[in-house]
Design a protein around this ligand. Structure first.
Ligand SMILES: [Zn+2]
Length: 475
């Protein structure tokens, strides 16, 4: 009976070396208030200078979402007083953002596609951080002035699944473009969710409630469910007008609830006006030319993998779900003689099952080149799949050459038919009774002979070759 209307604001921290308007480094693991200067501490007389890299990265994002990139965009002051913002205003872009009218296509659970419009993406400066320590609060300005790109969607989503699909899409685009690390836990991909409800079929937009402070996809889903329930219950109880106000609510992940944080300000409350200390932001043709050539995006890569490597849509989806995995796979495939089928198994099953804790595919001792070489050794039948597992176990802890490990562990597969025939003959001669029984119809004994041969070869014989030779010899 109700329809849910959801729009998202995503703050993406851009991974530039220096801050938006000064040359202070953007790295955070420094002593408090050391990555600061007169500009980002807002000392009187200090003037901002726009970091070009931020403009370049904005062009890349705009290109990736098929948006208009404004040749001229303008910075505005948004006035508000918080301890972590020493200037008492934030520099942002209200009236003319750098990126406008984009779109993202998402895939719904039933496989159909839906286009979510992106209203805008604008450049703004991040605030510092308040640190609460018992009775006192401290301010750390290391983060003040870090560049953000705020990406604002239209209210085109109607449930939490669409929201998650949109966010995952946006997240992976940012990672593929390498314009930010988009780490939700560390706050470099911050999501504010605007939720309202309306009777089905109604076109009017009702009071929207903003939920902040949600740092995982799981909690975003939960927060939306809670808010939709709260609003529809108020409607059904006839107290919608009284209870649902335009406000900002905070998601409490411990109590799993949302609660009122403050009334939502209207734009007028911020007394926006054009920033007098900065020139207009101009995107030149040369910049457009250079930065609109973006790397291959996840969807295109997925389609190409399906075609080029004849893999299933599912596998292609898994491998392109993260840029790291996609690059890992492509590096593996650059090794001569590697088949995609074996590479997929070892990349998506064998390697991940051996990773734990802080170790992942980007910092594992077994890198893409190594895993590719190991797969090559399986594909060229130097070792069996079973032996390769042993080699991989060893490589997870020892940085050594693969061929030397195969040698050292004695895992080289014997494919020399002469050698295998000799072992088979030896086993047959040593077990005349079993041979007679087998030839008398006890076919189950075949397994016994295979086992004996494998044992005699210390597991190195190719099982396929052993089967063939035994079948021929035993008749
Ligand atoms: Zn600074």
């Amino acid at each position: 009976m109700f329809e849910v209307v959801i729009g998202l604001e995503v703050h993406v921290q851009l991974n530039t070396k220096s801050k938006l308007f000064c040359s202070c480094p953007t790295s955070f693991n420094h002593k408090q208030n050391t990555n600061t200067c007169p500009t980002c501490m807002a000392l009187p007389g200090a003037l901002p200078v726009l970091n070009k890299e931020v403009v370049h990265k904005s062009i890349m994002l705009g290109t990736a979402i098929d948006a208009t990139i404004n040749k001229v965009s303008i910075f505005d002051r948004k006035s508000y007083f918080y301890p972590d913002s020493p200037s008492a205003y934030q520099i942002t872009q209200l009236y003319t953002p750098i990126v406008e009218h984009g779109e993202l296509e998402i895939e719904l659970e039933d496989g159909t596609k839906k286009t979510i419009r992106v209203n805008r993406a604008h450049i703004e400066a991040d605030a510092g951080k308040n640190i609460h320590d018992g009775d006192i609060s401290k301010v750390d300005l290391n983060r003040a002035g870090t560049p953000l790109l705020e990406i604002v969607s239209e209210p085109d989503m109607s449930n939490e699944f669409e929201v998650i699909a949109y966010l995952k899409k946006l997240h992976s685009i940012i990672r593929y473009l390498d314009i930010g690390d988009a780490n939700m836990q560390e706050g470099s991909f911050r999501v504010d969710v605007n939720v309202s409800i309306r009777p089905k079929g109604d076109k009017k937009l009702y009071t929207r409630v903003e939920i902040k402070n949600i740092n995982s996809f799981k909690f975003i889903q939960k927060a939306i469910q809670l808010e939709v329930t709260r609003q529809s219950e108020a409607w059904e109880d006839g107290v919608y007008e009284q209870e649902i106000a335009q406000e900002t609510r905070l998601f409490d992940q411990v109590k799993v609830e949302t609660r009122s944080m403050r009334g939502k300000e209207e734009a007028a409350d911020y007394r926006y006006f054009p920033e007098p200390d900065l020139l207009k932001c101009v995107v030149t043709d040369a910049m457009m030319e250079k930065y609109s050539k973006i790397p291959e995006l996840p969807d295109a890569k997925r389609d190409r993998f399906v075609k080029e490597y004849k893999m299933s849509e599912y596998n292609a989806g898994v491998i392109t779900s993260s840029v790291e995995m996609a690059h890992f796979f492509e590096t593996m495939m650059s090794e001569q003689g590697v088949t995609a089928k074996t590479a997929i198994t070892w990349l998506t099953v064998e390697l991940p099952s051996r990773l734990s804790g802080e170790t992942n595919i980007t910092n594992s001792l077994v890198n893409a080149k190594k895993l590719g070489f190991l797969v090559k050794r399986i594909d060229d039948k130097t070792i069996s799949g079973k032996a390769a597992k042993e080699v991989l176990d060893y490589l997870m802890e020892n940085d050594v050459a693969i061929d030397s490990v195969i040698e050292k562990l004695g895992l080289k597969q014997v494919t020399d038919m002469g050698a295998i025939e000799a072992i088979c003959e030896e086993i047959i001669n040593a077990n005349p009774e079993k041979v007679a029984q087998y030839q008398g119809g006890k076919e189950k004994l075949f397994g016994f002979f295979v086992g004996q041969v494998m044992k005699a070869s210390k597991g190195s014989a190719s099982p396929q070759a052993v089967n063939e030779v035994l079948k021929a010899k035993l008749g």
